[in-house]
Ligand binder design. Structure first.
Ligand code: FRU
Length: 483
C-alpha cells in the first residue's frame, strides 16, 4: 500500500489499494458507521467486484476492515445496502447482537439477481444466505440491480427500491421477513432526467426544514450518462410514499440534481442512524464513468465525497434537497487565517493562502456582488494551473472551470466547465473544500453543490478574487488547514 502518493486525498475516503466505485451497505450499528464499497482488491480498474469495507465513529476518520463479500459462483458482488434486523424478521439472529442484513446484486452470466448476506457479530464477518438468490429478474430484462432496503414503520414491513436500469425505472417490493419479496409498483416512465440508465436508488422520508410537522419522501435516482455536465450524476424526486407507490409532486419534466459537478455519483444514505442523531447522512462516489478508469492515480482509483448531511429546504419558490458536509468535518480544522472585508475593484490576490499548504484546506466566505456582473475566485499554483470559480449575476449561474487545472489529458471528457443555476441575491455564502485531488463547493448551506476532481501538478497555493462590471465585497473570509 502506498498512502503517500500524490493524489491520495487527505480527508476523503479511498481504498487502501485497488479500484473503488459506489458506496454500498451503509448502516449504523452500536456506535459505528459502516461503509462498504464496490471494490476490486486485485487491481486499479473496474473488475472482480467485491464489497470492500471500512468503519468509522465520526464519518471523518475511517478504519479499513477485511473485504466483506467476495464474488462466488452466482457472480460478482454489485451494489446494495445494509440494515439492522431490529425485530429478527429473518430469524437469522443467533446471539445477543441484532443481525445486520446486506442486500446486494449478484451479477452473473445469466443476468443480475438479488441476494442476502448477514452478520451476527456487528458487521465484522458476513455469511451469504444459504438459499440465494432471493429475488430474480424477468427473463427479458437482466439489468436489475442495486437494492436499497428499509423498514417501513407504518406498514410494519420491509420495502426494497431497486433499479430496473435499462427501462429507467425504480421498482418497489415489500416483504414481511426480509427474504420473500412481493412486487408493489414502478416509478420512472417519463419522469425526470432520462439521458441514461437508472442505477443506485434510495427512498426515505424527511422533515421539511422550518415547517413544523411537514415531511416528504425523497427518491434518489442515480443516472448514467445524462448528468448536467455529462456522464454520471444523481437526480432526485420529492413526493409521497404510501408503503406501495411513490408519487412525484413535481411535473414529470422537472429535473432536480443533488450536485452539479461531474464527480458525484451512486450517492445513497446511511440506514438506521439513531433517532437521537436524527440526521439523514449521505456519501457519493467522487468520480464519473466517463473517465473513472483513466484518472492518473497509481495504487488506488477513486475517492468518496465527504459525508454530507441532507436537508429539505426552500430555495426561492422550490423545495430542494440540500447537502452539506457533516458537522464532524470541522474537527479537522487546524491553522486558520481570516480576513474581514476585502473590497475587490478589479482583482485581489491573496498570497498568504497557507503558503506551504499540502493541498488540503477549506475556504469559507461570503460574496457581496450586488454591484457587479461577475464575481469570482481563482485557485492557482506556481505552474499556472487554475481552478476558477465564479458567479454570473446576470445569468444567475455558478461555474467551476477545471479546463486548465493540472493533468487533464488522460481522457478527453475530463476538461469541463460545470455550472449550476443560483438565485440572484445580495450575498452568496460559499464553503469550498479543497483536497489533493478534488474541489467541492457548497453554496447557500448546500442548497447548490458542485463537486469536481482535479489533478494539479502541485497544490493550488494561491488565490485571486476578481470582479467584472462593478465591485465585489468579500466578507468573513477564512482559510483553514485541514488535518
Ligand atoms: C453504478 C453501478 C451499479 C452497479 C455497480 C457495479 O456505478 O453501475 O449499478 O451495481 O456500479 O460496480
Amino acid at each position: 500500500y502506498n498512502y503517500d502518493e500524490k493524489y491520495r486525498p487527505a480527508f476523503h475516503f479511498t481504498p487502501p489499494y485497488g479500484w473503488m466505485n459506489d458506496p454500498n451497505g451503509m448502516v449504523y450499528y452500536d456506535g459505528v458507521f459502516h461503509l462498504a464499497y464496490q471494490y476490486n482488491p486485485l487491481g486499479t480498474r473496474w473488475q472482480n467486484m467485491s464489497w470492500g469495507h471500512a468503519t468509522s465513529k465520526d464519518l471523518v476518520t475511517w478504519e479499513h476492515q477485511p473485504v466483506a463479500l467476495y464474488p462466488d459462483t452466482l457472480g460478482a458482488i454489485f451494489s446494495g445496502s445494509a440494515v439492522v434486523d431490529m425485530h429478527n424478521t429473518t430469524g437469522l439472529q443467533s446471539g445477543e447482537e441484532k443481525t445486520l442484513l446486506a442486500y446486494f446484486t449478484h451479477a452473473g452470466p445469466n443476468g443480475q439477481v438479488q441476494s442476502l448476506a448477514y452478520s451476527n457479530d456487528k458487521g465484522e464477518t458476513w455469511t451469504k444466505y444459504e438459499k440465494n438468490p432471493i429475488l430474480t429478474h424477468f427473463e427479458d430484462d437482466p439489468d436489475f440491480r442495486d437494492p436499497k432496503v428499509f423498514w417501513h414503520a407504518d406498514t410494519e414491513r420491509w420495502v426494497m427500491v431497486i433499479a430496473r436500469s435499462l427501462k429507467k425505472e425504480m421498482e418497489l417490493y415489500s416483504s414481511d421477513n426480509g427474504i420473500d419479496w412481493q412486487y408493489e409498483s414502478s416509478f420512472g416512465q417519463g419522469q425526470g432526467a432520462q439521458g441514461g440508465i437508472w442505477e443506485c436508488p434510495d427512498l426515505f422520508e424527511m422533515a421539511v426544514e422550518g415547517e413544523a410537522g411537514e415531511s416528504r419522501w425523497v427518491l434518489i435516482c442515480n443516472l448514467n450518462p445524462g448528468g448536467p455536465s455529462g456522464g454520471s450524476a444523481a437526480q432526485y424526486f420529492i413526493g409521497d410514499f404510501d408503503g406501495r407507490v411513490f408519487t412525484n409532486h413535481a411535473e414529470p419534466s422537472d429535473i432536480k440534481w443533488m450536485d452539479w459537478g461531474k464527480d458525484h455519483y451512486a450517492t445513497v444514505t446511511w440506514s438506521d442512524v439513531p433517532e437521537s442523531d436524527g440526521r439523514r447522512l449521505a456519501i457519493g462516489w467522487m468520480s464519473n464513468w466517463e473517465y473513472a478508469n483513466d484518472v492518473p492515480t497509481k495504487n488506488f482509483r477513486s475517492a468518496m465525497t465527504v459525508a454530507r448531511e441532507l436537508k429539505l429546504v426552500t430555495k426561492g419558490e422550490e423545495l430542494v434537497l440540500a447537502s452539506y458536509p457533516v458537522e464532524e468535518l470541522k474537527k479537522l480544522r487546524t491553522e486558520e487565517i481570516s480576513f474581514d472585508h476585502i473590497v475587490v475593484e478589479n482583482e485581489h490576490v491573496v498570497d498568504s493562502l497557507l503558503n506551504h499548504n499540502e493541498g488540503a484546506y477549506e475556504l469559507t466566505l461570503a460574496l457581496d456582488a450586488s454591484d457587479s456582473d461577475v464575481a469570482g475566485l481563482t485557485l492557482f499554483n506556481n505552474n499556472g494551473e487554475v481552478v476558477d470559480i465564479s458567479i454570473s449575476l446576470s445569468k444567475g449561474e455558478l461555474y467551476m472551470d477545471r479546463t486548465n487545472s493540472g493533468l487533464t489529458d488522460f481522457n478527453d471528457r475530463f476538461k469541463a466547465v460545470t455550472f449550476a443555476p443560483v438565485e440572484k441575491k445580495e450575498r452568496y455564502e460559499l464553503r469550498i473544500l479543497v483536497d489533493k485531488a478534488s474541489v467541492e463547493i457548497f453554496e447557500g448551506k448546500g442548497s447548490t453543490v458542485m463537486t469536481n476532481i482535479v489533478f494539479p501538478t502541485e497544490p493550488y497555493n494561491r488565490l485571486k478574487f476578481y470582479t467584472k462590471g462593478g465591485n465585489t465585497i468579500v466578507q468573513d473570509f477564512k482559510i483553514y488547514r485541514l488535518n
